[in-house]
Design a protein around this ligand. Structure first.
Ligand code: VGL
Ligand code: ZN
Length: 198
């Protein structure tokens, strides 16, 4: 069974000093770089939003970051502006070994839909194309690392398990936003979906 390391959203805006900084986000860069050699393939994901994106609090009058609103597809946390297409903040952390990657998947580029999972946007039906790529290459044993543990890493790993891939998260190579207990909830949801946490 061929393996892939899926490196989630290791971008400037999610690291300390960025616009949606995850505590300790930069600490895991060397850990992830060291892991890359152990896999048959490395895939990077990149959160990639237009500046009028519906997940930004700045695009909702009277809303503040971390408020929750109803979207046509369900509840959506509103975030500070982050990972805007073409900005420095949307780039990968400068120390990440990006040249090792076979594929970069961009997500969240549709103005009206957010995308936490690297497989489906938040309407849970619009695919990113990643599942087809992995299946075509016979990559069925997937390991997830990166940012944020409780949002994009968790949603990606849960979707992978749901799609029939083997899914594992290396927790020492992930860091969480941890909004109102979201990390504990994400861990429980991942375990319930059959994701292995190591
Ligand atoms: C993420 C919130 C908004 C993530 C992306 O990478 O976990 N979180 N956009
Ligand atoms: Zn985002």
């Amino acid at each position: 069974m061929a393996s892939a390391l899926i490196v989630i959203d290791m971008q400037v805006d999610f690291c300390p000093g960025g616009r949606l900084a995850v505590a300790g986000g930069d600490e895991i860069v060397p850990v992830i770089n060291d892991l890359m050699a152990d896999y048959d393939a490395v895939v990077l994901t990149q959160d990639w939003h237009p500046d009028d994106h519906a997940s930004f609090a700045s695009n909702h009058t009277g809303a503040a970051p971390f408020n929750v609103v109803q979207m046509p597809y369900g509840p959506q946390v509103l975030w500070p502006d982050h990972c805007i297409i073409g900005t420095e903040g949307a780039g990968f952390h400068p120390a990440l070994a990006v040249d090792v990657a076979d594929l970069v998947v961009r997500k969240g580029f549709r103005p009206q839909i957010d995308s936490y999972s690297s497989f489906f946007e938040n309407d849970r039906t619009t695919p990113t194309g990643l599942a087809g790529y992995l299946r075509d290459r016979g990559l069925s044993d997937l390991t997830f690392v990166g940012l944020a543990h409780d949002f994009c890493v968790a949603w990606s790993a849960i979707d992978a398990a749901r799609l029939g891939f083997r899914a594992r998260v290396i927790e020492q190579a992930a860091r969480a936003i941890d909004l109102d207990g979201s990390l504990d909830r994400a861990r429980a949801d991942m375990r319930a979906a059959g994701v292995v946490l190591t």
